[in-house]
Design a protein around this ligand. Structure first.
Ligand SMILES: *Cc1c(COP(=O)(O)O)cnc(C)c1O
Length: 460
């Protein structure tokens, strides 16, 4: 299995190399050269299997010879061992033909643990074999950072630096990043927004000298291994609801397009998915793109679902690559146009995007009203991101089962949840003392050179 860049100018890599590299040297994102498929029988065979067994079957074809079967099974077992629910990704029902996929039972209470815990174990296994060291730099709108820190803290071959927008993450999110005491963890509060953090990260990767000097690796949702980890729960949930004999639809609260892109991969692998619904908050670049065909940057307006407050959605490039017939030059051209704020998608490419994806948007008021209504009607307390999905899913219900992805535990966003439904969601027991732990972080200017020097100093 070989991996190629969406911009066509970077070296072709193995799974291991693509995973350790993250962003491609031409600014593109790595994708598999071909998408393996599972037959209907193989998909049917997932029924009744544990999450870990299903994960092995779904992901194995993408790994190539990076790990033996036994090694890969052990990696998967360790990755999901810290989850607090035996099903890992349980389904609950919200209404007739509407289901909630709970993805918040990992160590940091958000779906990003599914990918990050796996990637921590993949890195650990690959680096301890080669004796190499890497520096992970990640940009986060809140949940990726804590998930990365939980996955990498204390590992001997890795330093982890997380850039988060100062003052724009919730107290729980910040504390999850700033309280781990391990010396290899560096939480950096950038005076800017998430897009500034993500732009700084991209610039660091584009600076070959810096990249090689610190042995930079990325674990943002641009890392292929993260997308891959997320493919699994589309399979397990769809099979629980009758796939491959019955099609299933999904609504995904979307920011960087990583999670929903994993659903797209599941579909390409042969899972019968009818609709993949992109649900955005008021920062709705993707919804506007689906409606108008123009991808137009606008400023970010902070919302009660902060992990979706972005204006540039990195993984969307992977979808564009496919609908532009995998022509790297066309994608490179679009991304150059985006530097001045906008690109227009060709009619043919839009038609193909609309064949797979549909979209909707939830305003702040609709999000709060959904939290309150769902609590009243089902007893479920939703986090604001999940509520965005549930609202949009409500506009797409049909005779096909709809699964809304619950991407975070409500206790990560207590203020918004309490304002919406009057309930103060409690942190689970393993995190109950979060607000008593000591914090440790550095506030840094939104300045690329300053950030690079700080990272070099900390590593010296
Ligand atoms: C990251 C995140 C999202 C958005 O996921 P993408 O893969 O970036 O689209 C949604 N909800 C929560 C809680 C998140 O942490």
């Amino acid at each position: 299995m070989r991996y190629i860049s969406t911009r066509g100018q970077a070296p072709v890599l193995s799974f291991e190399q693509a995973m350790l590299t993250g962003l491609a040297s031409d600014g593109g994102l790595y994708v598999p050269e071909t998408i393996p498929t599972l037959s209907a029988d193989e998909i049917a065979g997932l029924a009744g299997k544990s999450y870990e067994e299903a994960a092995f079957i779904v992901m194995r074809p993408f790994i190539g010879d990076t790990f033996t079967d036994a090694e890969f099974k052990e990696i998967i077992a360790k990755a999901y061992d810290g989850f607090k629910h035996d099903a890992r990704a349980p389904l609950v029902q919200l209404g007739p033909n509407h289901f909630l996929l709970e993805l918040f039972h990992g160590p940091t209470l958000a779906f990003k643990d599914f990918a990050m815990q796996l990637i921590g174990q993949l890195f650990q296994a690959a680096l301890s074999r080669s004796g190499k060291r890497v520096t992970i730099v990640g940009a986060t709108s809140g949940d990726t950072g804590s998930a990365a820190i939980e996955a990498f803290k204390g590992l001997s071959n890795v330093d982890v630096f997380i850039l988060f927008p100062h003052g724009r993450v919730s107290d729980v999110q910040r504390r999850q990043m700033t309280t781990p005491p391990e010396a290899n963890v560096h939480a950096l509060a950038v005076e800017g927004d998430f897009d500034d953090c993500q732009a700084a990260l991209k610039e660091m990767f584009a600076d070959i000298e810096f990249r090689d000097h610190v042995k930079l690796a990325a674990v943002n949702s641009i890392n292929w291994a993260r997308v891959l980890a997320q493919v699994v729960y589309y399979f397990t949930s769809a099979v629980s609801l009758g796939a491959p004999h019955r099609a299933v639809s999904f609504t995904v609260p979307t920011g960087n397009f990583g999670d929903i892109f994993a659903g797209y991969i599941a579909k390409r692998m042969g899972l019968p998915i009818k609709d993949l619904v992109i649900a955005t908050n008021q920062n709705d670049i993707l919804h506007r793109t689906m409606v108008t065909g123009a991808y137009t940057k606008e400023g970010v307006t902070p919302s009660i679902s902060p992990s979706m407050d972005i204006q540039v959605s990195s993984n969307f490039e992977r979808a564009l690559f496919d609908v532009y017939d995998r022509e790297g030059a066309a994608i490179a051209q679009l991304m150059t146009e985006l530097k001045s704020g906008e690109f227009k998608i060709s009619q043919g490419a839009m038609d193909r995007l609309r064949d797979t994806f549909t979209s909707g948007r939830a305003s702040e008021d609709e999000t709060s009203a959904t939290i309150s209504a769902m609590h009243a009607r089902t007893g479920e307390v939703l986090c604001p991101h999940t509520a965005v999905a549930v609202k949009v899913a409500g506009d797409h219900l049909s005779d096909v089962p709809m699964v809304s992805l619950a991407t975070a535990h409500p206790a990560k966003f207590p203020a918004a949840v309490e304002a919406a439904c009057g309930i103060h969601p409690a942190l689970p027991a393993h995190m109950a003392d979060l607000f008593e732990r000591d914090e440790r972080f550095t506030v840094v200017a939104n300045d690329l050179d300053g950030l690079k020097s700080l990272i070099k100093e900390r590593l010296a």
